[in-house]
Design a protein around this ligand. Structure first.
Ligand code: VNL
Length: 390
């Protein structure tokens, strides 16, 4: 009798488990978020995770009847790890969307998995132009280096900067920045006298900056990925390049809002071009910066955070449009052509290229209320990635 009751109960709970599992699968929408949470690019992971969680806290975790489940994996920014994690997320966890991707090699390593499994892949950070061409399932919510570099090459010669040395990290986004900056500056009558490349991993900027000092350009143009800017700034000042009359100009990756306030007054006056500043003067951005800080012990959101926040919105809206019923192809179709106001300004996911179209700003580091900010002083509206122009 006792034994029969036990067996009966066991059978019942097994059935209940199976049913609840089936329901959970049906009613869950899984986002596999692969980020560098440790290692050299850890600040990018921290910023994007915080932004994704903020988006969910503000917009709820149920969309079109589906419970959103965020599965975060740390790839330590090693592309082999990114690929393995993406494979596991697709095969074992059966995620509906892959997202994140702190650096270009991680995004490129994952693209074939997105294609094979027909899983939309939302690139929230990596910014080499060609990434969207690596898979028809890639949609980008970050930016591209050609998109932000060209504006600075238009600004420079109008502001007394004709002779420039470039210094970039030696991989996809750096090579994009170098090429598009140089081509445009040359077109505008300026000249790149030397093009220096530093390794992505554990870079030592000192010997390169010595070369720059010796080369006496009007300015040094720099791209390094988020997280490395403070080291460049420190070395630039320590080697007295500013005192030698060499201006520092850069993409906004260098005066990264995650680090800028700790760079000190030596950063004042540095001109950069980029798509997002925490000081962007819109009502929506003020709310975003405040809510982000409140949820993260005062942390200031940087351009990675805004890529993560907007990427979540792209996913949420696609899920709403497909009423929670669509597979990868339907979701992808619903991501294309989205147009909305982001904390950075108006943005658009180009349906043809699946890349982001956005305003690019010229900014100068200034002190506001005792803190350093990238203060916008000019804007180029609706910039497409020039890397895709035919
Ligand atoms: C990339 C581009 C990474 C820009 C970055 O920071 C960045 C990339 C981690 O494409 O790898 O600021």
């Amino acid at each position: 009798m006792k034994k029969r009751t036990f067996l009966h109960l066991a059978a019942l709970s097994a059935a209940a488990l199976a049913t609840s599992h089936a329901i959970a699968q049906d009613n869950t929408f899984k986002i596999g978020l692969i980020l560098p949470m440790t290692g050299q690019q850890a600040t990018t992971g921290r910023q994007i995770e915080a932004a994704a969680r903020l988006y969910m806290a503000q917009n709820g975790d149920t969309v079109a009847g589906k419970k959103i489940q965020l599965i975060i994996k740390d790839d330590t920014s090693l592309p082999d790890a990114t690929r393995r994690l993406a494979q596991e997320l697709v095969v074992n966890d059966k995620v509906n969307v892959l997202a994140g991707f702190g650096i270009t090699p991680s995004a490129l390593a994952t693209a074939p998995i997105a294609t094979q499994s027909k899983t939309p892949m939302v690139v929230m950070a990596a910014a080499t132009s060609s990434i969207t061409q690596a898979s028809p399932y890639v949609v980008r919510s970050s930016f591209t280096l050609p998109q932000v570099s060209v504006a600075l090459a238009d600004w420079a010669p109008k502001n007394g900067i004709k002779k420039v040395i470039t210094l970039v990290s030696d991989y996809g986004p750096g090579i994009d920045a170098e090429k598009y900056f140089k081509d445009r500056l040359t077109f505008n009558g300026g000249q790149v006298t030397e093009a220096l490349r530093v390794p992505l991993r554990n870079p030592d900027f000192a010997p390169f900056l010595q070369k720059v000092r010796d080369g006496k350009p009007d300015a040094l143009f720099v791209f390094v990925p988020s997280g490395a800017g403070a080291a460049v700034m420190k070395q630039f000042l320590e080697r007295g390049l500013d005192k030698a009359g060499i201006k520092l100009i850069a993409t906004g990756d260098v005066t990264d809002d995650d680090q800028l306030n700790d760079m000190g007054d030596g950063a004042l006056g540095v001109v950069t071009s980029h798509h997002y500043s925490a000081a962007h003067p819109s009502a929506l951005n003020k709310k975003f910066v405040e809510a982000f800080g409140k949820a993260n012990k005062g942390l200031r959101p940087n351009f990675m955070a805004v890529g993560g926040y907007d990427g979540m919105r792209v996913i949420y809206e696609a899920l709403k449009t497909t009423r929670g019923q669509g597979g990868g192809d339907a979701l992808l179709a619903a991501m294309k052509g989205q147009l909305f106001e982001s904390p950075r300004g108006k943005i658009f996911i180009d349906a043809q290229t699946r890349d982001i179209v956005q305003d690019v700003y010229l900014r100068k580091v200034e002190k506001k209320d005792g803190q350093l900010y990238n203060v916008e002083f000019d804007v180029i509206k609706d910039v497409k990635d020039p890397g895709k122009a035919k």
